[in-house]
Write a protein that binds this ligand. Structure first.
Ligand code: NAD
Length: 456
């Protein structure tokens, strides 16, 4: 089956039909309509997968994809045009331009935590740029995977876009094929497997991976607002967000107040019996649920801590001063558990932040402009926000992605179009003049050749 789809997409791409920008626009519009029609069904699928609250499903999945689609529909013609550039004197007379062109067939592999958005948002860029695509949604969110397959089937023939459902083996079967581009969202561990497979065919990749995102709250921060915005960014999607704050480094002089504010806001958001709240999601997989429970073993809790096996429910939990070598602090938490660590000096901060390498996100709550500037430049990370969490993902003008172990490449809006386009450089010479100086036997002195740098 995989082989059939691959062959069909190769043949279809070779017809050059995807180079037709009007057709791309028309299909993007069709996809948008179909998602609008199916929006409730998508939300139901997300609820069935991990009790994702409808408001969150709309705000963080369907509406983000619809925004990407709207933006692409509006701009795809402009983005696809050749970009004229200044010619160099050595080529005089010439016209020079960059022609964005599609790579061919793209493989998009996605995870379960934002299963709709992380499959469809890259697809928008891939299609706008004129590629065909195969989508492999996560097997761990099967209801969402099914509705994605349905939507795609309703809009596209499989030779243009196909969904291949399945788990690790399916993913590996797909990776064994030759692709012209692979876009992977998931864990760093699997990202390495994908990168190796891509290397076999020298296939370019985007890797959207995870990491342990620091969140610093200094002594000048607006503590009340910081706590509110952190509680929102951490506990949305039950903490299963790649850019959620992973751990808090709070200045020791404001720690107590900050913790009290956090507790207050968690209760404000989800009530005193959080298990009954309709606004708090569950852990998606049994394995991940067990891992989160293990991470809590032996920790000192400031808030929460309860887990209900039958529902894979983990309460929003605050952990006090976990040991850096404990399971909780080993890797990305990816759940509603928030370690709170007091710091005193910038040296303390550095010890933690540098220990985990380049993260996907970074958050700083501070009103000290100098400190803001310093930390933003000192640490390398995918993207971040000063005085809020998570929201940098929502601006389509900002490229979203990691750096180093948290990923390769950035997308959203025009950045997606650029990511899925090869920039073909073309020089068109005029025939009315042919300056003979470059041809052998060389008549110019080498001293003359040394001046070429001014002409290129
Ligand atoms: P995962 O890496 O386990 O799985 C992602 C995809 O890879 C799934 O479709 C899965 O079927 C496939 N896969 C799993 N094992 C494979 C293997 N051995 N060979 C080939 N394919 C395989 O990730 P997950 O658990 O679904 O998602 C959570 C991770 O994703 C977290 O680390 C999180 O930080 C990261 N993430 C990153 C972003 C981002 O935008 N940077 C967004 C969401 C999640």
């Amino acid at each position: 089956m995989v082989q059939d789809i691959v062959n069909a997409q190769n043949d279809f791409f070779a017809t050059q039909k995807t180079k037709n920008v009007a057709l791309r626009k028309q299909l993007l519009k069709r996809l948008k309509q179909e998602i609008e029609v199916q929006e409730d069904a998508i939300c139901n699928a997300l609820y069935a997968d991990f009790k994702k609250p409808k408001f969150e499903a709309l705000a963080t999945e369907t509406q983000l994809v619809l925004a990407e689609l709207g933006h692409a529909i509006q701009n795809v013609e402009r983005w696809s045009r050749p970009i004229p550039v200044e010619a160099s004197w050595t080529n005089f007379p010439s016209k020079d331009w960059i022609q964005p062109e599609p790579f061919g067939k793209v493989l998009i592999i996605s995870p379960w935590n934002y299963p709709f958005m992380l499959t469809l948002a890259p697809l928008v860029g891939a299609l706008a740029a004129g590629n065909t695509a195969v989508l492999k949604p996560s097997e761990l969110s099967p209801n969402t995977s099914r509705i994605i397959a349905q939507i795609i089937q309703n809009v596209f023939p499989a030779e243009y876009v196909a969904v291949v459902e399945g788990g690790v083996e399916t993913s590996q079967a797909l990776l064994a094929e030759k692709w012209e581009y692979i876009f992977f969202t998931g864990s760093t561990r699997v990202g390495k497997i994908v990168y190796k497979s891509a290397a076999e065919h020298l296939t370019p990749v985007t890797l959207e991976l995870g990491g342990k995102n620091p969140c610093v709250v200094d002594e000048t921060a607006s503590v009340k607002l910081a706590a509110k915005r952190i509680a929102w960014g951490k506990f949305i999607n039950a903490g299963q967000t790649c850019i959620a704050p992973d751990y808090i480094l709070v200045h020791k002089t404001v720690k107590e107040r900050f913790v009290e504010e956090l507790k207050h806001h968690i209760t404000e958001f989800y009530g005193s019996d959080i298990q009954k709240s309709l606004d708090f999601a569950r852990i998606t997989t049994e394995k991940h649920y067990r891992e989160l429970k293990e991470k809590l073993e032996g920790q000192t809790l400031l808030f929460g801590g309860s887990c209900v096996d039958s529902e894979k429910y983990v309460a929003p939990t605050l952990v006090d001063e976990p040991d850096m070598n404990s399971k909780l602090m080993e890797g990305e938490i990816f759940g509603p558990i928030l370690p709170i660590i007091a710091y005193e000096t910038e040296g303390d901060l550095h010890r933690y932040i540098s220990n985990y390498g380049k993260s996907l996100a970074f958050y700083l709550f501070s009103t000290d402009k100098k400190f803001q500037k310093k930390l933003m430049s000192q640490y390398s990370f995918g993207g971040g926000t000063i005085n809020d969490t998570v929201i940098h993902i929502s601006n389509k003008r900002l490229p979203f992605g990691g750096v180093g172990p948290s990923g390769i490449g950035g997308y959203h809006g025009k950045h997606s179009f650029d990511l899925f386009s090869h920039k073909k450089s073309i020089v068109k010479r005029g025939n009315w003049l042919d300056i003979p100086l470059r041809y052998a036997p060389y008549k110019l002195s080498t001293a003359w050749a040394k001046r070429f740098k001014h002409l290129f």
